[in-house]
Design a protein around this ligand. Sequence first.
Ligand code: IMP
Ligand code: MG
Length: 359
Amino acid sequence: MCNIVVGGQFGDEGKGKIISYLSLEDNYDIIARGGVGPNAGHTIVYDGQEYKVRQVPSGFLNKNTKLYIGAGVLVNPDVFLDEISKFNKFNIKDRINVDFQSGIIEESHKVKDKRDENLSKKVQTTGSGCGPANEDRVKRVGKMAKDIPELKEFICDVAMELNNAIDEGKKILIEGTQGFGLSLYHGTYPYVTTKDTTASAMLSDVGIGPKYVNDVIVVLKAYTTRVGNGLFWNEADKNTKADDKKADNRSNKLLGDLKISEKLAKIREEGTVTGRARRVSPFDFELAKRSAKMNSATMLALTNMDRLFDCANVRNFDGLPEDAKKFIKIIEGEVGVKVKIISTGREYNNTIDLRQGIR
Ligand code: IMP
Ligand code: MG
């Protein structure tokens, strides 16, 4: 059996937070990371301490869980080894494995990512070398993890190990990175990353077929943010000023009485990998609907609710203010999928979990 967590917007939805909660709550035998590579940064807060990971799975908190990086994922050996040693109190070294065929990011890829005008100025990539490394991979000239001596002790056949584990009845969580709007196929091309970012891609990244999937959890932030260039989804859809108004009116009509824009104006965030300021915009219903559909979402996880509503650290649904409940109802109505996990703070357990029972 496996569950998948993916981002439903433009990355930075709070997947790290949700995965860290699930890793401790659900006690997975295995957590496997899919996605592009170290361009994605996940932030985990545990006992007041903040951990940022770009390469190892965000589900590292639970020491009983084996960790894997799939063949589809790019690995920067320096970033990988650095994270393992930085977080050595979690004993990641002894339980992490990298697929022998994972692609490798070399220094030259990083240089190209930063020097190439189209990548650095137009797309405004993270500069982590992922795009150029994937280019080499597609050209069939890229290096593989099995060729890197420093990675030798971590190398295994991840796809086969995961499939054998499924056959033995083990429980797997597949963690996605980036977000739906950054998908090379389904996102806001050309302002996207260099692979698909949907649940199907995450399965393919780690080498598991679709029939073992139980839940697909699409993580959505209570508002939308973006680092790097490219319009928000509803902006990209607007061709004329009239369309512009229509989209705004629609958002206002749905969220009008909740006074969201005043709260959004005060929000300041920066990218985990790049430190660049994230642009902020209201919750985009069209984007959320598309991503729920194309990911086959079985449930939504809604994060950063405490930034919009007075609900910091609330851990049961009844403790939420009426406006927050109303907001959730509107999202469920528009997207057509239930919100089952609600994040009310940065710490992993500032979480309302509605997966069991009916509310
Ligand atoms: P690249 O993935 O570094 O090539 O960057 C392409 C675009 O995707 C840029 O706009 C990046 O800011 C964005 N991007 C890539 N990964 C993430 C992520 O994990 N969170 C947010 N934005 C990302
Ligand atoms: Mg991030």
